[in-house]
Design a protein around this ligand. Structure first.
Ligand SMILES: Cc1cc2nc3c(=O)[nH]c(=O)nc-3n(C[C@H](O)[C@H](O)[C@H](O)COP(=O)(O)OP(=O)(O)OC[C@H]3O[C@@H](n4cnc5c(N)ncnc54)[C@H](O)[C@@H]3O)c2cc1C
Length: 460
């Protein structure tokens, strides 16, 4: 019989399988929906993990205390977080980097032009793909069995105790596998368009999925239907504005448009609709997906002039450019008179100040709605460049409720079902996002889930 069966093939699942092995489990099986070449879920797209530290640590500068990390989380979630679990994640995050290194992950200095995270976030050398590959290599060296193309369609549960899982291959072959303990780390439901539509309405048809196509929420739905307590709201998730020309799945990080605060953003009627300079981009990038989703046809355009060039990470697709705003509008399919009028009104409203993108500067507008409160400069230097924007869904927050041992809660906690990663991230992230915390939650709770599952299996 399998000691510990792990469902999923991303960061949380891999950490759980490694930790189960470290804690004495002998027969460990990891089931990944994806074929081998697409393994790793959303984790392959990641670049960094947020880590608490009391003094400079490796590539991390200065200190980032438990309280500061918790304050950051509290701000973005507006209090929608389980404080005990959140502090557990934060405190244990400091032990993650050495553990990750032991399993082959390497770190590098924070990338210039990203979200200014050198103090708080550890960057993976080679990105998430290299991290995932390192963990799979470590699994192999520990003799942990991995099966690709293996989607778990159902978990057999009685009174919160798991007996077996039903797994299906892409050829439709079904198999029942009995295990002493199970870790479910199968992501959220962000790849499931029907479920997104149920949550968001028809706007969801225009969403682009930034990550993998395998996180369909099959087991999230199965567990909730079988009495697991749910946490979070299906409309909450991480949603950023990305290039409208991105592929429907797996566009990854390079499709994000990071020049919003350097120019203006208009909708399909060439109207501005939100303060582009409300706060530093790292604190605002995750609201723009929702803002675009609320616009007609869920489309918007980020417009800059030549002064902005070189001040942001260039996205993968080149922008549309023109020497004048009217021509730019025509190229975008917008009404040229309307866009020209919007830019003129904005330019007139700009109160010149001392431009400094590194601080909340005094360049702002007056007598215009919406205002632009920082980094407002006239759009007056050709060529003008525009990027079309769509909502890009990163991951969803609806999940199963867990306790500090990562046991899934039914009427009581399950004795042998544990959850880690996106499927339980809603316990810590009720709304909002602070960069890098997805990997923190998955690594910390993956390790806890693996350890607890191993202990449970050894007792049986
Ligand atoms: C473009 C992008 C960039 C990101 N950047 C960062 C970052 O820099 N830092 C950060 O902290 N977070 C980042 N995130 C969020 C991060 O990806 C997630 O928080 C994290 O990867 C979640 O890990 P996970 O293991 O729970 O899910 P995943 O990595 O998505 O893994 C889920 C796995 O479950 C498998 N699966 C699904 N259903 C089944 C089933 N029924 N049976 C078997 N297997 C199944 C999937 O194939 C997949 O392998 C980013 C996300 C995206 C999309």
């Amino acid at each position: 019989m399998i000691d510990v069966l792990v469902i999923g093939g991303g960061n949380a699942a891999l950490c759980a399988a490694l930790s189960a092995s470290e804690n004495g489990a002998k027969k460990i099986l990891l089931l990944e929906s994806a074929p081998k070449k697409e393994r790793g879920g959303n984790s392959i797209h990641t670049r960094n993990i947020r880590v608490m530290h009391d003094a400079p640590m490796g590539q991390l500068t200065d200190a980032y205390s438990e309280d500061e990390f918790f304050e950051d989380l509290l701000k973005v979630t507006a209090g929608k977080t389980n404080e005990a679990l959140a502090r557990q994640v934060i405190c244990e995050s400091s032990t993650c980097p050495p553990w990750m290194q032991r399993h082959g992950v390497r770190f590098q200095a924070s990338l210039g032009g990203t979200l200014h995270l050198s103090r708080t976030n550890n960057f993976f050398l080679g990105g998430g793909k290299a991290l995932v590959n390192a963990y799979y290599r470590s699994l192999e060296s520990l003799g942990i069995e991995v099966r690709y193309d293996s989607s778990v369609c159902e978990i057999e549960i009685e009174h919160g105790r798991v007996h077996a899982v039903c797994v299906q291959s892409s050829q439709g072959l079904k198999e029942r596998i009995v295990a002493k303990a199970v870790v479910v780390a199968s992501g959220g439901f962000e790849s499931n368009r029907e479920w997104l539509r149920d949550a968001w309405g028809p706007a969801a048809d225009q969403f682009l999925i930034r990550g993998c196509r395998f996180n369909m929420g099959v087991l999230l739905r199965d567990l909730i239907a079988k009495g697991a307590q749910s946490i979070g709201d299906p409309t909450q998730g991480h949603c950023v504005a990305i290039d409208a020309r991105s592929p429907p799945y797996d566009g990854g990080i390079v499709t994000r448009i990071d020049c919003v605060s350097l120019g203006i953003v208009v909708n399909k009627y060439a109207q501005r609709f939100y303060d582009e300079g409300e706060d530093f981009w790292p604190k605002r990038y995750a609201i723009w997906g929702r803002l675009v989703a609320q616009q007609p046809d869920q489309i918007a355009y980020s417009i800059i002039d030549a002064k902005a060039q070189g001040r942001f990470m260039p996205p993968v697709f080149p922008g549309e450019t023109a020497q004048d705003i009217g021509t730019l509008a025509t190229r975008l399919g917008l009404n040229p008179q309307a866009l020209t009028a919007t830019v003129e009104a904005y330019n007139q409203a700009v109160v010149p100040g001392k431009f400094d993108h590194a601080v909340l500067d005094n360049c702002h507008t007056q007598s215009i709605t919406p205002a632009k409160t920082h980094w407002a400069q006239r759009l007056d230097t050709p060529p003008y460049t525009a990027y079309p924007l769509r909502p890009g869904i990163t991951f969803t927050y609806l999940g199963v409720r867990v306790n500090e041992r990562s046991q899934v809660l039914f009427d009581d906690f399950s004795p042998n079902l544990f959850a880690a990663g996106e499927i339980m991230a809603g316990n810590v992230l009720g709304q909002g996002y602070v960069a890098g915390v997805g990997m923190t939650i998955g690594t910390v709770f993956g390790r806890i889930a693996g350890e607890q599952a191993a202990r449970t299996a050894l007792l049986v």
